[in-house]
Design a binder for this molecule. Structure first.
Ligand SMILES: Nc1ncnc2c1ncn2[C@@H]1O[C@H](COP(=O)(O)OP(=O)(O)O)[C@@H](O)[C@H]1O
Ligand SMILES: N[C@@H](CC(=O)OP(=O)(O)O)C(=O)O
Length: 422
């Protein structure tokens, strides 16, 4: 059995959905679990909607209308008649969102977020499954909320592997035990709690869903279909000339993903590595091309420099008010504060009297964090920064890269150089 993951870009419009069908047609003799993300930028649109609803903004219903129109426009292109049951199904899903929006009693933001935002993946899976059936690719639409059980850390839920494995044994394996059943379509990114509420695995978490399924069905491979030819040594949105990394070890891939190569979610690798399942990154534009293969083999790791850029960074420097040293009890309090505000540290550095961290500048979270830190510390920050990581760096590439940049922090290990710059 194989697992395929199609991200938002691969189902961003009707033509893209047709292309997914064309790719699956090539594999129609094989048994495949297909994990899909929300269509195009739907997750961002649902985030905006949730934000408007939560803060009682007057444009809430307009924002819902945008998401609705986007999906119905795709449906009209994919299905000849509006009497196809999919129109009714999507309509009902949107009615459920409207009910949620009419609800006055709200729980905490992260809970409401998962109830709303998870809908994007359900819409996408429903549409893809119905379209595949229409073109003769029979499949089972499997709601992932009946499979992936998580705790209730909303927006960054932890998977309960035991219950999830039982669910896979109950709902997934029996379907595929009939060799005439070839395709199962399910949602990425989403899970559900023991109380049956939606949870999500963290932004861009559909790759991870692919990894979870691959692990639990002992898949022969997980393929992530992308708009790029494979994993490259830099994001082509930033660099004109990039090179494809043909063979990458799990170790190298996890390092690149951790530093911010957004082509793979960093959590995806571990469930694959545990069962030695290869991860293929392939182009949905040119499906015949080889792509990248990620497995345990370290011998073929490319040593050419790889570049990772993280934009919209903020560097926060924290120091005791009385110029005393930053000691372990300060660090423990500071990290407690990061954990409480769910702020992820991208890079950190300490000196005798100050401790600095570089993190994504998520405005609301950071404002609350700084406010709390200011009760006990002096806090300074610089924003609109860039975090540059160069894996397998050499001095020549670094001097080219850093030309005309002001360096705020510099860190080098044997393999990796990192800079916070403006
Ligand atoms: N090292 C890299 N190699 C290839 N693509 C990368 C890399 N780093 C970042 N990217 C970006 O990742 C994008 C694909 O990821 P994404 O847009 O999240 O896809 P999807 O929505 O299908 O999950 C590419 O278009 C590319 O701009
Ligand atoms: N739709 C979710 C999950 C995801 O993984 O999406 P994509 O595969 O398009 O990166 C997000 O945008 O975060």
């Amino acid at each position: 059995m194989k697992v395929f993951k199609f991200g938002g870009a691969s189902v961003k419009d009707a033509a893209a959905v047709k292309n997914v069908a064309a790719i699956l047609e090539r594999y129609k003799e094989e048994q495949i679990i297909v994990v899909v993300s929300a269509m195009g930028k739907t997750t961002n649109a649902l985030e905006d909607l949730l934000d408007a609803y939560y803060h009682g903004r007057p444009n809430t219903m307009e924002l819902l209308e945008v998401v609705k129109r986007f999906h119905f426009d795709i449906l009209k292109e994919l299905f000849e008649s509006t009497s196809h049951p999919i129109f009714e199904e999507l309509h009902n899903t949107f009615v459920e969102i409207e009910w949620q929006l009419e609800e006055e009693q709200m729980r905490e933001y992260d809970f409401e977020y998962d109830q709303m935002v998870a809908v994007g993946e359900w819409l996408s899976a429903t549409v893809v499954s119905a379209y595949l059936k229409q073109v003769g690719l029979e499949n089972k639409l499997q709601d992932v909320r009946d499979i992936i059980r998580t705790d209730n850390t909303y927006r960054n839920a932890k998977v309960d592997w035991e219950v999830t494995a039982e669910n896979v044994n109950r709902y997934v394996k029996p379907y595929f035990s009939d060799s005439s059943n070839k395709l199962m379509i399910t949602q990425g990114f989403v899970g559900s709690t023991s109380e049956n509420f939606n949870s999500t695995l963290g932004r861009e978490g559909s790759d991870y869903t692919g990894g979870i399924f691959a692990n639990l069905v002992d898949a022969e491979s997980l393929t992530i279909w992308k708009d790029v030819p494979g994993m490259l040594n830099a994001d082509p949105k930033w660099f004109e000339e990039t090179e494809k990394l043909n063979n990458i070890s799990y170790h190298e891939a996890v390092e690149l993903a951790y530093y911010g190569a957004t082509v793979i979610h960093p959590k995806t690798i571990k469930p694959l590595q545990n069962k030695n399942i290869p991860l293929l990154v392939k182009s949905f534009v040119n499906p015949d091309e080889e792509g990248s293969i990620i497995n345990e083999n370290t011998a073929k790791d490319s040593l050419i420099p790889s570049f990772i850029f993280k934009t919209n960074q903020i560097l926060i420097s924290i120091s005791p008010r009385d110029y005393s040293f930053i000691a372990e009890d300060n660090l423990s309090q500071i990290f407690g504060c990061f954990a409480k505000h769910k702020v992820t540290v991208n890079l950190m550095q300490n000196s005798a009297i100050s401790f600095s961290i570089c993190t994504d500048n998520q405005k609301m979270k950071i404002a609350n964090l700084i406010e709390e830190l200011k009760a006990d510390y002096k806090v300074y920050y610089n924003d609109e920064l860039l975090l540059l990581t160069v894996r397998h760096y050499n001095e020549e590439t670094l001097s080219k890269l850093l030309k005309d940049k002001t360096i705020y922090v510099e860190q080098k290990s044997r393999q990796t150089a990192r800079f916070v710059v403006k």
